[in-house]
Design a protein around this ligand. Sequence first.
Ligand code: GLU
Length: 494
Amino acid sequence: MVDTEHPVRVRFAPSPTGSLHIGGARTAYFNWLFARQHGGTFVLRIDDTDTARSTEASLQEILDSFRWLGIDWDEGPIVGGPHGPYRQSERQEIYRAALDKLVSEGRVYPCFCSQEQLAKDREEAQRQGRAPRYVGRCRNLSREQVKAKMDAGEPHVYRFRSPQVGETVVHDVIRGDVVFSNEELDDFVVWKADGTPTYHFASCVDDSEMHITHVIRAEEHLSNTPKHVVLFEALGAELPVFAHVPMILAPDRSKLSKRHGATSVREYRDAGILPEALINYLLLLGFAPGEDKEILTREEAIKLFDLERVTKHAAVYDVKKLEWLNAQYFRALPVDQVLDMVWSLLREAGYVEENPDAHTLAWIRTVIQTSQDRSRNAGELIANVSYYFQAPQQYDEKGVKKHFSHPDVADRLDQLADALDTVVPFTVSNIERLYRGLAESWQVKAAQLIHPTRLAISGVTVGPGLFDIMALLGREECQERMRWVAVKLRAGQL
Ligand code: GLU
């Protein structure tokens, strides 16, 4: 599949009409992996011929998404390259020259049929139960007829003179040979009445001019590919190898859309997903690394990826798997990196000063360390450490029923709070010794003291070791929170 005389050149060709979505990111990553695996070139080409829908903001977002994902491109916007420009909107002359050549060779022809006429043709085809395809009215106009219409300034498109019999075979690495009957191959439009190329034409001219060896793209383009095969042939270009990667479906097997949650790279980033987790997840959408292996670094993926083993069937999007992967990566991050990630969140929440002293900073690092391995992302971490920075605003409802209902709880909390005065220094092991000792002398289980204290101090029933939390909070803060709950309990307010 890879020929050494033609070094691998692949491309990803996004249309800048919105965000980079998970499907596009996956296609881009597969292209990138394939290029890196073969020491090839990954070209980023911007399909912005649709000037009405293309925006600069969308292009910037797409480029930002690539940078964030760590997918670098060897040729394309910003970095340039020998086959530029890499924005289709700047390649009009190249397309025009290719069109002129095909016109002179009779491979394409001008078509003057009006929209009304074409609509009528379609209705007629429908009435007769035929597939709606161009009837060929302008296919055989004489030179004189064409000249007369041109001189009269009649609006026109250019159509490709498609073969009408036989078949066109698309060799697809993932799907095998896909055979299309040429009877279905319309005389499709390559050049629009507004003087710009269609997607099919611009794409094939570019793939040919940019010496693309492998076209790896979304499955939805498979039905376009016979058109591209005949176009490549007419352009005198070598056929690239095709690989159409499977669709991504929602868990209910419907088309993945907004209602299934975040689907654009930017939304994932904003939701606290790490780029390495998303990159890892993209690989699993349509590719099984084998041996139940699911966590792979980028380097492992480059080695393991095999275009021929990409699945034919649709990949099902599984947000739980993505969140699980994110948790694995998040928990493995060095604490300083986590601190960097959550700093602005801590500031926004009003938990930290802008320039904390070294002592406070060290304390914040320790706080993070207590909760990093119980959090799946930065947002969860912030929620999980909130009680280190402020007294609980509320208390877990189930916990209240379970741990605050004993008639002695208020008294015990007060007594425990008083006893904390005797813990010097206020360390994890000393606090623990106090709790175990008091449990024994009061003849209760230590858990009966620990659970209410935890709820009083943190507002929740789960978290790091209670004595770790207490040591970090300090004696007075613990006492205050425990006494406050005792007051509330006595007043029947909890
Ligand atoms: N701009 C097209 C798309 O986003 C590119 C298709 C192709 O790769 O040929 O679907």
